[in-house]
Design a protein around this ligand. Sequence first.
Ligand SMILES: *Cc1c(COP(=O)(O)O)cnc(C)c1O
Length: 400
Amino acid sequence: MNSTKTTLPVKEKFILPEGMIYLDGNSLGPLPKGAAARVHTMMTDEWGAHLIKGWNVDEWMAQPMRVGNLVGQLIGAPDGSVTMGDTLSIKVYQALSAALKMRPDRRVILSDSGNFPSDLYMAQGLIQQLGQGYELRIVAPEDVVDAMDDTVAVAMITQVDYRSGRLHDMAQVTQAAHAAGAVMLWDLAHTAGALPVDVSASNCEFAVGCTYKYLNGGPGAPAFIYARADVAADMQPALAGWLGHDAPFAFELDYRPAPGIERMRVGTPPVLQLAALEEAMTVWEGVDMADLRAASIRLSDLFIAGVERACPELTLVSPRDGAMRGSQVSFAFENGYAAMQALIARDVIGDFRAPNIMRFGFTPLYIDEGDVERAVEILSEVMKNRLWDQSQYQRKSAVT
Ligand SMILES: *Cc1c(COP(=O)(O)O)cnc(C)c1O
């Protein structure tokens, strides 16, 4: 983000429990060192000391746009084109409904079977609400480009597959959508903070994502939404909340949207979560995204080679070519849930996605080659000793 380049990793910027190898930053990023103090100060010196005055003197009301600009710098979005709030599912709903309004004579939402279920569920809920013959068309990820036709109102695609890590080519898919006359909506949940991305250059109309994964904003951190400037200027918000109004404190009886992306704000911003996230965004200072990407591929390749050497029972389900992958590596194994529990018990933290996927995220901000080698070693012990066969690892928790 600034001119002095940082050498990776930057482990010292995070609180990481001693001895833990954390390969789950794709699901929940670790605690950035300054975040707890920032939230504490916010609570005592702002909320505690100023109470309601904080909205003005501490500029809480400007926070969603201020933090939006920081996220914008990581995703190639100009200042003033990103705002923060709610959860990603809500932002998907907002972007999708605004996109459909832009193509009133079309009825198809195109997505793929690798998309995260919540995105598909939000589309299904919206369709139920709209009636009028709307349809969600789900194709295989490799068929997305060919499926673009003149019935498609909006292509709603998540760039990195949460299970396999397979990566969509943003430029190619966006061009195909536009060539078919469709609106392009990207979900960057597993992209933002993981790989270089430039929403402006892609020319997509909308992009959304969450900030508790690679952006380390903490559990429940607010989502982001971007709209291209020309689109933001006249999109119609489905959730017409008061803070997306042009003049919230005029308390008019009728909704009038704020001028640009701010109309995608809904209600009161999550001030404490935004304070944590704002601090978390400082870890990116000096980080070169091309360096980060190169390190991510190097670490992932090292892991794949090690696991394939030591654990023949596991089958790679991620693309072998690093350029075709996000920042995670997944292996299929029929006892994957129990094997992951055994691994977690040994302080190597990944996660499990049904039916049989063991998922490992590689975030070069705090993972290095020594961590990868150690993780391979411990995983090979789990496999060699059939630790997954032990009953204590087979009990299912609510969150996998
Ligand atoms: C993580 C993720 C979500 C989660 O949505 P929330 O509303 O933040 O719980 C949604 N979509 C995708 C693609 C994700 O990866």
